[in-house]
Write a protein that binds this ligand. Sequence first.
Ligand code: PLP
Length: 426
Amino acid sequence: MSERKTIYLCLAHMSEEGVEQKYVKEAFDTNWVVPMGPNVNAFEQNLADFANAMDDGSKLDRKVVCLSAGTAAVHLALIACGVQAGDEVCVQTFTFCASSHPITYLGATPVFIDSERDTWNMDPELLEKAILDRKEKTGKYPKAIIPVALYGMPYDCERIMAVADKYGIPVIEDAAEGMGSRFNGQVLGTFGRFGVLSFNGNKMITTSGGGALICRSVEDANQIMWYATQARDAYPYYEHTAIGYNYRMSNVCAGIGRGQMTVLDDHISHHKHVQELYRQLLKDIPGITLHDQPNDGRYDSNFWLCTATIDPSVKIVGQEDAYKEVITSAVGGAAGVIKAVDSATTDCQPNDNVEALRMFMLSKKVEARPVWKPMHKQPVYAAAPAYVNGVSEEIFKVGICLPAGPCVTDDDVRYIVDCIKEAIVK
Ligand SMILES: Cc1ncc(COP(=O)(O)O)c(C=O)c1O
């Protein structure tokens, strides 16, 4: 029997026909090897067509601007919402740092909002409480609201938008992980003033690295495009009346994106299929609970990553050795350089059984990862205001991400679940 390959959390997956390479070759053949061009324009149109298609057959009218990263998309959306130094922005605390870091790029302050238990996403009630409290404490309303489709799960779009509209605050939907997830038959990213997409290597589709902003109006799209290309005024020489950025997507990367659009629907179906398999196979394991979407008919998650929680009572092989060794290599997909640390623990970390399961799975060539650590528990955000109910911190301690996506086969899922069973001390 051939040796088993490592099963990664979520890997890039190209079309069988290599359509991506056809468009990339076209970029070279026509010498459009620049951050604009036919691939960028066509990819933007493809994305807009996808975002505008409602389940009931009707169409929206959103525009899409392609950018160099999802993080750049968050940054420019904040600028377009008028966020400046001294302002505050409400952002989901249970997220990856790219949702909140751009707020600080602008000298503004993130106000972290905890999650509701069923979706793990921004709690609308806490959001309203925070908005009112910030107004009372600072005299100003927050300038924007950023809910996040964590692991692809839609936030409660109805209630978040109702709160935002009540106070006239623009919403920037962080749908970086939620490309193709829907709420009431409408694609995430089209509810707010802006919707963020990411095409990083691990996302639903990839351009190797890249992102996009879904915009409500032509004016917004033009403004984003202007800021993304160094904010140049119309003179025969470089004239600047605002600070801009070099955030436009390369025509080479957009070629990959155009090709990936041909497999987007297949990718989404496969993620849902993997979730369904986990649903069947994990259901009889006591203490392991697969995170699933509310089944009231409104939620249609892309299940970008499948996640589960492990009851503290579940004992895992090797648990007594969890956190004994200081980590020296990148864990959790960290690319490039990670800063060396001299302790193996922090004051807020996953339970020992979660860490033991991660290690056990690694020994079986399965990449599992803790769920994202809430931003209000990150040392770098120690001074930021936070409106919490304990939900995200509690889930952080018991949650684990399992491999998903087109590279994960049915056999892989069965193997992963068998490994989990093997890891549990009877
Ligand atoms: C929730 C969330 N927001 C934003 C981003 C940023 O996207 P990018 O990596 O393309 O900058 C990511 C992923 O990386 C993400 O997971």
